[in-house]
Design a protein around this ligand. Structure first.
Ligand SMILES: [Fe+2]
Length: 295
């Protein structure tokens, strides 16, 4: 999930118990009453969800399954060229369905035996502390809706394709899953808002938009790149910088555009040493020093 409030359509519960997703007028599904109703119904599942219960199934339409099948197939082709070997290996281990949208409960059943992670539903934005904190418990907050069928290769917000193809495939790798947990433990440890934001930005520039050198080529492991049909073709041409905690934790980014500044790990081991090591040990004081050195 992305972490900025304006990226998510606001979700409101009405007095009569119904749930309304307020899509912006620029959203591809804004003028489609059938899509709007689907979004409201799916958000209602997450609003009604209680922790510990099975995740309610979203009854997807054929058209929605077709969007998944099309995008999953095309991304699969791109992954063979642009994704890290660790991500590709994890993808094969997880074995997500290609022709239909998997239910979140099904994703959990595939994922939990591999790395202990389970998916829980999110109607929209989840507060940073909650979203990251429960990663330490092996829980991942995920939206369930899918993008509008008129533009299958574009979404203005994180949908189930991003959450599952981007994140669940990575979470099927014990090494990436350990990094997600470490980010959660870091968020549980830090107290101030500045430190929380720093940890979340390091997450953004690594597990969402990280790239890595592998066998002399630049590969992507970040879920935001690996779930974006357009971005995956473009990332090698971006401003690629060395992995640097101070820079990652203080660089501003615009979530509404392709990410034009990316940080490159020299290997997975390098990522684990620098970023995993940071999340394993950081506290408010150590982050304050990194902020000061990044300014
Ligand atoms: Fe995400």
């Amino acid at each position: 999930m992305f972490e900025e409030a304006q990226y998510f359509a606001p979700v409101t519960a009405q007095e009569d118990g119904s749930v309304v997703v307020e899509l912006a007028s620029s959203h591809p599904g804004f003028a489609d009453p059938v899509y709007r109703a689907r979004r409201n119904a799916i958000a209602g599942l997450a609003v009604g969800y209680r922790p510990g219960a099975p995740v309610p199934a979203a009854e997807y339409t054929e058209r929605e399954h077709e969007v998944w099948a099309l995008v999953a197939r095309e991304l699969g082709v791109k992954h063979a060229e642009y994704a890290t070997a660790e991500y590709l290996h994890a993808t094969r281990r997880l074995g997500l369905p290609q022709e239909r949208i998997p239910q979140l409960e099904e994703v959990s059943e595939l994922l939990e035996p591999l790395t202990g992670f389970r998916y829980v539903p999110a109607a929209g934005l989840v507060p940073l502390r909650e979203f990251y904190g429960v990663l330490a418990d092996g829980l991942f907050h995920s939206t369930q809706y899918i993008r509008h069928h008129s533009v299958p290769f574009y979404t203005p917000e994180p949908d189930v394709l991003h959450e599952v193809i981007g994140h669940a495939n990575a979470l099927a790798s014990p090494r990436y899953a350990r990094l997600y947990r470490a980010a959660g433990e870091a968020v549980r440890r830090v107290e101030g808002e500045e430190a929380l934001e720093f940890v979340s930005k390091v997450f953004w520039f690594t597990l969402e938009f990280g790239v890595m050198r592998e066998a002399g080529e630049l590969k992507a492991y970040g879920a935001g790149i690996l779930s974006s049909y357009g971005e995956i073709e473009e990332f090698r041409g971006m401003d690629i910088r060395e992995l640097d905690l101070s820079a990652m934790g203080t660089t501003q980014y615009d979530i509404t555009k392709y990410q034009d500044v990316l940080f490159r790990a020299e290997s997975l081991q390098h990522l684990e040493d620098v970023v995993g090591g940071f999340w394993d040990t950081c506290d408010d004081d150590s982050i304050a020093k990194l902020v000061a050195s990044g300014l």
